[in-house]
Design a protein around this ligand. Structure first.
Ligand code: GLN
Length: 536
């Protein structure tokens, strides 16, 4: 195999930003002219994260080919030109699934099937398949060194390192150098232990990425190098930054990419990271602020709306505005009848969601935005609830509902598609991944996209019931986009409102800092105009 491999492991604690580190390295390597790919190996037993609550594991990211993926794939796509697919993420559950399937088929020819070599071989096979066709493949291992769960993955990558030549695969370890207030000192001991743990498994890291909240002194760097057997110039500081898109710049300043290409003996041009410098500059020096209320039920964990949060930020950066995102709990809103919460928002967004909890609050929120000319952007459930609100309050269909909440709703304005009716498995059975939509020429959304043919990613089970379209249209709701093949509603808008657009798909998955999604851009822009008008 010609592809060079970079394995990334994490130590000491979780949440050090391995995903962003991998994505940032990907960005710099692409800027050096290399074709990169990034793969995430997740040690949990779920076959994919699709069935996990966003409050447990953060957002479920959706790929073009309809795989429900770990949110790190979102980072990979935002920082690089990589279009990820199901090849870019696999879990212990998947690995065991395929080994057990082979065993049942008798493919192991009577052998005892074991973690080593059968599970590890399957892991290696998946790594090689995903790496194929790129100059460099970054392989991020989920979890923290020392976890029981990740051991088969660690063993598999150790074997890969052993099988390949030295300049073919390297190991990067992300670790934490905590500052202890009482001693007024940065401490290297947790890192020493973490590397010891790695070496027990047989992996000697080539590069250490040291997360820290302050500059590492020369002495500290020397000490880390000495105790971990990593060369001094491969002890790389990964300092906390205000803007996540600063990470590629900082890594480059630290010489990380030079070290990587030296170790892998890759000959490349110098990187040009100006675009990241411009993004960071705009982010740090906004001309003004705009407040967007995101009304949802997973508001307690920031990561549950990761791509959405980033997409709003990308739009803000492009408009040189600081986007102040207020996460509003849709249940609390209605309990407190908290009109003030809405009134402080220049624009309101309702993102995707599942189940009944919080829907009543969302209906009231949309009514408020619609009647008070507040820019409204609905995504997935945010479209479905906008239809329910319109049916109830404009068409007078009091019982209008989605069958997700009320199976026997008299007016089932949101219904389940025939092909979904017989589905019993919850995993990977929704309308998933990229689907085309045809936009109505002359509609607001066609103008926003600058085209009438689009493709966006989906993740939902329910659809607008076409039976109600004539009634809705008669009362002014504009059906501005449809899936031509399946004849399903994709986008709606209102004419007698400054900015009211809702979409059945998830545009946030395709927004990047280098390519802010036009819907987010125009929504934030409209919200800012609303702010300026209110202030006048
Ligand atoms: N729960 C709705 C459905 O399954 C919406 C899903 C979503 O918002 N992603 O259709």
């Amino acid at each position: 195999m010609k592809t060079k491999l970079i394995f990334i492991t994490g130590g000491v604690v979780s949440s050090l930003g391995k995903g962003i580190a991998a994505a940032s390295i990907g960005a710099i390597l692409e800027s050096r002219g290399l074709k990169a790919t990034i793969v995430k190996l997740d040690p949990y037993i779920n076959v994919d994260p699709g069935t996990m609550s966003p409050l447990q594991h953060g957002e479920v990211f959706v790929t073009e080919d309809g795989y429900e993926a770990d949110l790190d794939l979102g980072h990979y796509e935002r920082y690089t030109n990589i279009v990820t697919s199901r090849r870019n993420n696999f879990t212990t559950g998947q690995i065991y699934n395929s080994v057990i399937t082979k065993e049942r088929r008798g493919e192991y020819l009577g052998k005892t099937v074991q973690v080593i070599p059968h599970i590890t071989d399957e892991i290696k096979k998946s790594i090689y398949e995903a790496a194929e066709g790129s100059d460099v493949a970054l392989i991020e291992i989920g979890g923290t060194v020392g976890d029981i769960e990740s051991l088969p993955f660690m063993e598999a990558i150790r074997q890969v390192g052993h099988e390949l030549k030295r300049n073919q695969a390297i190991f990067i370890h992300l670790t934490l150098i905590p500052y202890i207030e009482a001693a007024e000192e940065l401490k290297t001991k947790p890192t020493q232990h973490s590397v010891t743990k790695l070496r027990e498994i047989g992996i000697q890291p080539d590069i250490l990425l040291c997360r820290t909240d302050r500059d590492l002194t020369d002495d500290i760097r020397k000490k880390i190098a000495l105790f971990t057997n990593v060369t001094y110039d491969a002890v790389i500081q990964a300092i906390d930054v205000e803007c996540v898109y600063e990470v590629p710049l900082r890594f480059h300043d630290e010489g990380l990419d030079d070290k990587i290409v030296e170790l892998l003996q890759l000959w490349t041009k110098r990187p040009n990271l100006q675009i990241w410098a411009d993004i960071v500059h705009s982010y740090k020096t906004p001309k003004d602020m705009v407040t967007i209320g995101v009304v949802g039920k997973y508001v307690d964990l920031r990561d549950s709306y990761k791509s959405l949060h980033e997409a709003l930020t990308h739009a803000g950066t492009a408009l040189n505005l600081k986007v102040n995102i207020e996460y509003i709990d849709s249940e609390a809103v209605i309990e407190k009848n908290d009109v003030k919460t809405w009134e402080s928002c220049d624009g309101i967004l309702i993102p995707g969601g599942f189940g009944e909890r919080g829907v009543a609050g969302k209906i009231e929120t949309i009514q408020f935005a619609r009647e008070n000319n507040v820019p409204y952007f609905g995504i997935c459930l945010g479209l479905q609830v906008a239809i329910i609100e319109y049916a109830r309050n404009v068409l007078g269909l009091e019982d209008a509902n989605t069958v997700e909440i009320d199976q026997h709703a008299k007016d089932n304005v949101i219904d389940i598609m025939a092909e979904q009716k017989n589905v019993t498995d919850m995993g990977a059975t929704m309308r998933l991944g990229a689907y085309p939509a045809k936009l109505e020429a002359g509609s607001k959304i066609a103008e926003i996209y600058g085209t009438t043919e689009i493709s966006e990613r989906h993740r939902h089970r329910y659809e607008v019931n076409n039976k109600y379209l004539p009634m809705l249209q008669e009362k002014g709701l504009v059906i501005s986009g449809k899936n031509p093949e399946l004849d399903l509603v994709e986008t709606i808008e209102l004419n007698d409102h400054p900015w009211f657009v809702a979409v059945q798909y998830h545009p946030e998955f395709k927004s990047k800092p280098t390519y802010p999604h036009p819907l987010f851009f125009r929504f934030v822009e409209a919200s800012y105009q609303n702010k300026q008008q209110r202030n006048n």
